[in-house]
Ligand binder design. Structure first.
Ligand SMILES: Cc1cc2nc3c(=O)[nH]c(=O)nc-3n(C[C@H](O)[C@H](O)[C@H](O)COP(=O)(O)O)c2cc1C
Length: 225
């Protein structure tokens, strides 16, 4: 039984899943709960494609990997990561990457294995369901509020999933190829992909799923007055 605080603290991104589908009625319950996330003026700017079709997921993954292999760095609607990293965030990013690769015994110079691990994102870490979250382009043309709302929606999805013994991995890797995803899905032209969330049943034997990157002390990011 999860208390809210335990669910928040114990949730972690999983990167290896069993090949076991998430029943549609559970997906609906998760998405119904997530739809209760707050949003400015109750705009509810999220539009979700909940995809469990093996062929469609494969086609999206193939198209992204093909694009990457052709040397294209991104094909996106929004820029997720900063173009210029300030030291503290750069340090955290590097530490998180190093932590994951060293847990898996992957050398810094082993580009082949590191690339394969990155490509695992586009094989959905073995899971069978992925939620692709879009918003209407008009919401983000000259404003950023919808991004805040859709971030809350993301966390709601991941926490609601835990109620059903389902784990998740949020993905900005698909954000970077959002236009590829939209093309494969033939999504309406007014939609922009923000991110995806892989959901499924964690492979408890997989070492990668034991990774728990630490957080900064709240004294580093909270000002009490
Ligand atoms: C918006 C967003 C995008 C992310 N993109 C990816 C991704 O593409 N691939 C991945 O393996 N993890 C991704 N993550 C997971 C982060 O690496 C992870 O949340 C962070 O390291 C903290 O670890 P934890 O989620 O296990 O607590 C993403 C997380 C967020 C919130």
């Amino acid at each position: 039984m999860h208390t809210i605080i335990n669910a928040i603290i114990n949730r972690s991104s999983k990167r290896a899943f069993l090949s076991k589908p998430v029943p549609k009625e559970i997906q609906e319950k998760i998405l119904h709960a997530a739809a209760m996330s707050p949003s400015g003026a109750n705009m509810q700017p999220w539009i979700t494609y909940a995809i469990s079709n093996e062929e469609v997921l494969k086609n999206i993954g193939d198209a992204i990997i093909q694009k990457m292999n052709s040397g294209i760095e991104n094909d996106q609607f929004i820029q997720y990561y900063p173009l210029e990293w300030k030291s503290v965030y750069k340090k955290r990013r590097i530490e998180t990457g190093i932590g994951l690769y060293s847990l898996m015994g992957v050398d810094r110079k082993d580009i082949e294995t590191r690339t394969k691990m990155w490509h695992d994102n586009f094989r959905w870490f073995g899971a069978q369901t992925v939620f692709f979250v879009f918003t209407d382009k008009s919401m983000i043309d000259n404003a950023q509020g919808a991004l805040i709302d859709c971030g809350a929606y993301m966390q709601s999805i991941m926490l609601a999933a835990l109620e059903f013994g389902i784990d998740s991995c949020p993905q900005g890797s698909t954000t970077e190829f959002g236009k590829v995803v939209a093309d494969v899905l033939d999504a309406p032209k007014n939609l922009a992909l923000l991110y995806s969330v892989v959901i499924g049943y964690e492979d408890k034997e997989a070492k990668i799923n034991t990774y728990r990157p630490k957080r900064a002390a709240i004294s580093e990011n909270v000002v009490f007055i």
